[in-house]
Design a protein around this ligand. Structure first.
Ligand code: KIV
Length: 256
């Protein structure tokens, strides 16, 4: 709970740095630089080539989260509840308890607004911290266009953000939302907003780590590549291959 309160207290004070992790090795590198690490169900497309996050199962999320837990010491660790695991309060509570007890994460994240408010209320009543997710919702999206162009859509997203705050989420991810709407939501709410493709006006930012290090091939407008890890892995593999072919590896130093 301390870590959740810390994230909330950062609103209007310091920007909140968030990234995804699907494994211990990545988590342990990014942990010291992050405030929040999300085990996102984006792992379905990033690691498993699924056409949609709908195919991600609870067991997949739990196993990846167990690995991530080993690498996270300081950040708040949030785990996505996958598709069809929170269709009603009873199902959501049972699955959220499973996630928390088996992965020792700090909180769960659910996609949606008004529709999931009763579900979120139940989780929070049972002392499970919840993060909301509005805008582009990959678990139910029919297209991947940004949200908030149409007035009616803007009104619904703003209304939903207020409803999520009312039921007690500690923060909301705003995915692919038009800048001025993200600004308005961020100004209106007392809880922090975390943007992904939702402008600099949000209280924090999140990206999929594999995208920002250049390991996942994606060309979305909101992704900035900060590294080209693919090139580094390629170079290392090539050098290793050459050494093996020329009997230069392993030398005495690497032998018993
Ligand atoms: O699944 C995920 O990685 C996410 C982030 C993109 C916010 O939900």
């Amino acid at each position: 709970m301390k870590k959740v309160l810390k994230i909330k207290s950062q609103k209007n004070k310091s920007k909140i740095v968030c990234l995804t992790a699907y494994s211990k090795n990545i988590a342990s590198i990014i942990d010291k630089h992050c405030d929040l690490i999300l085990v996102g169900d984006s792992l379905g497309s990033v690691l498993y080539n699924f056409s949609s996050t709908k195919k991600v199962t609870l067991d997949m999320m739990i196993e990846h989260s167990k690995s991530v837990r080993m690498g996270v010491k300081k950040s708040l660790m949030v785990v996505d509840m996958p598709y069809n695991t929170y269709r009603n309060p009873k199902e959501a509570l049972s699955n959220a308890k499973k996630i928390i007890s088996q992965t020792k994460c700090d909180a769960v994240k659910l996609e949606g607004g008004k529709k999931v408010c009763q579900i979120i209320k139940t989780l929070i009543k049972n002392k499970i911290p919840v993060m909301g997710h509005l805008g582009l919702l990959p678990q139910s999206a029919t297209n991947f266009k940004f949200k908030g162009k149409k007035i009616t859509e803007r009104k619904i997203i703003l209304r939903d953000s207020k409803l999520l705050e009312e039921v007690g989420v500690f923060s909301i991810v705003l995915e692919c939302i038009e800048s001025s709407l993200a600004k308005e939501i961020t100004k209106t709410l007392k809880i922090p907003t975390i943007g992904i493709g939702a402008s600099v006006h949000c209280d924090g930012q999140v990206l999929v780590t594999d995208d920002l290090i250049g390991l996942n091939k994606i060309s979305a407008r909101f992704v900035k590549k900060y590294s080209n890890i693919e090139k580094q892995i390629n170079d290392a593999t090539l050098r290793y291959k050459k050494d093996v072919l020329k009997n230069k590896f392993p030398t005495k130093k690497y032998s018993y």
